[in-house]
Design a binder for this molecule. Structure first.
Ligand code: A2P
Length: 271
């Protein structure tokens, strides 16, 4: 008899994790959760490479900030949907029970280790740049190390603020989170959302509001000062460059894991 050719067995997805939750926030934004590899340790604010198997049989991976805190038993990600994006055009269709690829090698500079001790910590985000701060804001260390924690988030439209707004609300009201972070620590949290292309309570780019001093008068605080203020920045490229210049103008210097200083920057996911 003719030997029957054995169909090659499909290789198991490398570093596969299972999707446990998906939520679509707008037609441009979604978040999802997946299982966490038992061996994965990371510092809140870090990113990993995640993705799907490409049509060519090779993994198609992109850098994504982990939006969940380091103590969470699952992992959360917050993503843009780009209709012709190689990864996000497909990733936006994932469902609970699907598998994604996750390389368990966390890296990044938006970590407490990369900035010197201070009194006031600023998180400056645009769009999906909120993700690393969604992690850091659920980490008690963020509040223990500072007297005040200010998160600014600038988006085009009001609907794009919802993921962040809901997260802030949950930190303030979810019993488990309140207990973990502590009522006293939560009093240190200030949230300053702004929109640029749709009417909202506060309009304008955060860069312009810093330049004019409006953000300081709105919050009733002193301007940024290198003796007291520390900052982490995550947004689109043009925003990052502009805010770096502003922070340098206030006298803050860019730090790194190997050399902590007054501020750190990372590019938000683009695809
Ligand atoms: P704008 O609507 O004025 O461009 P995007 O969705 O394109 O990544 O933008 C997210 C937010 O970041 C938008 O509100 C956008 O404002 C704002 N933004 C874009 N570039 C800059 C910049 N150079 N400085 C400050 N904010 C910016």
């Amino acid at each position: 008899p003719q030997p029957v050719a054995q169909a090659p067995k499909a290789p198991a997805l490398p570093d596969a994790q299972t999707v446990t939750f998906v939520k679509h926030w707008t037609d441009r934004l979604f978040s999802f959760r997946c299982t966490r590899p038992a061996s994965l340790r990371f510092r809140s604010g870090e990113f990993v490479m995640i993705g799907l198997m490409g049509d060519n049989g090779r993994p198609l991976l992109r850098a994504y900030s982990i939006a969940s805190p380091s103590w969470d038993e699952e992992l959360e990600f917050y993503s843009i949907k780009v209709q012709d994006g190689p990864l996000t055009s497909r990733l936006q269709n994932i469902q609970v029970g699907d598998e994604i690829i996750l390389r368990p090698k966390p890296v990044g500079t938006l970590v407490h280790d990369a900035i010197l001790p201070g009194k006031r910590l600023w998180f400056f985000a645009t769009g999906t740049g909120f993700a690393p701060f969604a992690s850091l804001l659920r980490d008690p260390q963020t509040f223990e190390d500072y007297d005040e924690v200010i998160i600014t988030h600038t988006c085009r439209e009001v609907g794009e603020l919802t993921y962040g707004a809901d997260l802030i609300e949950s930190i303030r009201t979810d019993e488990m989170l309140v207990e973990l972070i502590g009522e006293e620590n939560l009093a240190k949290l200030r949230y300053y959302p702004t929109t640029t292309r749709e009417e909202s309570a506060k309009m304008g780019r955060i860069t312009d509001l810093l330049r004019s001093g409006e953000v300081f008068s709105d919050l009733g605080i002193e301007p940024i000062n290198p003796d007291t203020d520390r900052a982490m920045v995550c947004g689109n490229l043009a925003f990052n460059l502009e805010i770096k210049e502003l922070l340098e103008g206030f006298g803050l210097r860019e730090g790194a894991n190997s050399e902590p200083k007054e501020y750190v920057v990372e590019k938000a996911f683009v695809d």
